[in-house]
Design a protein around this ligand. Structure first.
Ligand code: FE2
Length: 388
C-alpha cells in the first residue's frame, strides 16, 4: 500500500467564538505583527474592526488590506504584496470567504519568495513556506482554511490557476460558525454545495486514502442533512455549526486526497463567465456524478449512504440512483440555474468550450476522477449541463 501524505494546520480552534482567540493563537505561535487580508464587505460590516480591536486590547497592532476581489487576480495579489511590504509584518491573517483566504496565502508566499504568481501554478508544487497564514473563514464553504492550495486568476488569460503545495496550508485556522449567520441565502447555498462537492470528490478521487475517507464521510454526514436547513433558516445555530464543521472537514479531506472532475470543469466556467465557484460546481455536480459513477459504483454508493439518502441495506446501483436524484433535487430546491438561465451567452459558451476543456485537463483535477474523460467527453458534459 502506498503512503498517504497528510498535512494539517498546526492549530485548529473550532466552535462559537473561536475567532475571538486570534490574539492568543498569534502569541502561541510567536507572532505579533499581523496583516489582516479581507474584503470591503467585511470591512464595512464592522467585523474587521471587531477583529483588530480584539488584537489591540492584547497589545497587537494589525494593519488591514481590504482590497481583495472575488476570484482573486494577479493584480489584486500584487497590490496586497506591495501593501504588506509597506509595513513590517511577520504573518498574514486571511479573514473572509475563500477569496480573502486564498489572497492571504498568495500574498504571504510572494512576500517572502518573490516572483510572479504564474510561476507557482500546477504542476509546480511550492512546499517551502512563505509568511505564516492564520485563516478565519466567514463562509462554510471553500475549506481553504485547511487546504494546501490557493486559486488565483490570471486576468490576462482568464485562467484560474491552481497553485498547490504546503506553503499554502495555514498554520492555524479559527473556525467560528457565529460568523456565518449573516450569509445571504444564495451564498449559503453555493458555498454549502461547494463543501459537499469537496467531500464527494475527495472520497471518489483516485488519490483517496483511509485518512481522507474518514474526513470526507464525516463531512457528508454533517453537510447533507443541514444544507436545506441553513438555507431555510439562516439563524439555525445547530445547522450553521454543522455546516461550518463539515466545510472544514471537507477541506481537510480534499487537501489530503484531491478534488476531481467537477472542480476541473468548474474553474474554467468561473474564470470565463464569472459564475461563483460553488454555483458552477452545483451546475456540474449531478451530471458529472451520473457520468462518473459506473467507474466507482461502491464509492458513490457510500456517499449516498453517508448523506442519508440511501438505506444501508440497499444495493450500490440503487444507492447511486438515489445520490444522483438527491443532487438534482438539491439544485432544484436551492434554485441553482443552468448556465443559460444564469445569463451566459450561448455563442460565447459554445466558442469557449474547447478552451475550457483544455484548461480543465491542464489543471490535473480530471485525472483524479474515477472515470477519466477525454476532451470530447468533457465537451459532451459541458453540452449536457448547458441544456439542463
Ligand atoms: Fe471548491
Amino acid at each position: 500500500m502506498s503512503v498517504a501524505s497528510i498535512a494539517l494546520p498546526r492549530i485548529l480552534r473550532i466552535g462559537a467564538g473561536a475567532s475571538n482567540q486570534l490574539a492568543e493563537v498569534l502569541t502561541a505561535l510567536g507572532l505579533s505583527r499581523p496583516l489582516i487580508v479581507t474584503d470591503g464587505w467585511l470591512l464595512n460590516s464592522g467585523r474587521v474592526e471587531e477583529l483588530s480591536g480584539g488584537l489591540a486590547r492584547e497589545g497587537i497592532a494589525a494593519r488591514v488590506f481590504a482590497e481583495t476581489v472575488p476570484d482573486p487576480t494577479i493584480a489584486s495579489i500584487d497590490a496586497g504584496v506591495a501593501f504588506l511590504k509597506a509595513g513590517a509584518h511577520d504573518c498574514v491573517v486571511g479573514f473572509g470567504g475563500g477569496s480573502p483566504i486564498d489572497s492571504a496565502k498568495a500574498i504571504a508566499l510572494l512576500a517572502l519568495h518573490g516572483g510572479a504568481m504564474a510561476d507557482y501554478k500546477a504542476p509546480h508544487v511550492q512546499d517551502a513556506p512563505g509568511l505564516p497564514v492564520i485563516a478565519i473563514p466567514t463562509t462554510a464553504g471553500t475549506g481553504s482554511e485547511a487546504t494546501r492550495f490557493t486559486i488565483i486568476t490570471d486576468e490576462a488569460t482568464d485562467e484560474k490557476m491552481l497553485c498547490p503545495g504546503l506553503a499554502y496550508l495555514p498554520v492555524a485556522a479559527l473556525v467560528d460558525y457565529e460568523l456565518t449567520f449573516t450569509k445571504p441565502r444564495r451564498l449559503t447555498a453555493d458555498t454549502g454545495i461547494d463543501s459537499l462537492t469537496h467531500a464527494i470528490e475527495a472520497y471518489v478521487s483516485r488519490r483517496a486514502n483511509p485518512f481522507s475517507d474518514g474526513m470526507a464521510l464525516l463531512a457528508m454526514r454533517a453537510i447533507a442533512p443541514n444544507l436545506r436547513r441553513v438555507c431555510a433558516d439562516p439563524m439555525d445555530a445547530a445547522a450553521r455549526e454543522a455546516m461550518m464543521l463539515g466545510a472544514t472537514q471537507a477541506g481537510i479531506a480534499f487537501s489530503n486526497s484531491s478534488v476531481a472532475l467537477v472542480h476541473g470543469m468548474s474553474r474554467p466556467i468561473g474564470a470565463h463567465f464569472h459564475v461563483p465557484h460553488g454555483l458552477s460546481n452545483a451546475m456540474l455536480l449531478p451530471a458529472v456524478t451520473a457520468w462518473s459513477a459506473p467507474a466507482a459504483l461502491s464509492r458513490y454508493a457510500d456517499c449516498a449512504r453517508a448523506m442519508g439518502v440511501a438505506d444501508e441495506t440497499e444495493g450500490d446501483q440503487a444507492a447511486v440512483v438515489r445520490l444522483v436524484d438527491e443532487l438534482a433535487a438539491l439544485n432544484r430546491e436551492l434554485d441553482v440555474p443552468g448556465p443559460a438561465a444564469w445569463g451566459i451567452d450561448a455563442a460565447r459558451w459554445e466558442a469557449l468550450v474547447p478552451t475550457m476543456c483544455t484548461q480543465a485537463a491542464a489543471s490535473g483535477s480530471p485525472a483524479n476522477n474515477p472515470r477519466i474523460p477525454d476532451t470530447d467527453e468533457m465537451a459532451m458534459l459541458y453540452a449536457k449541463i448547458w441544456a439542463s
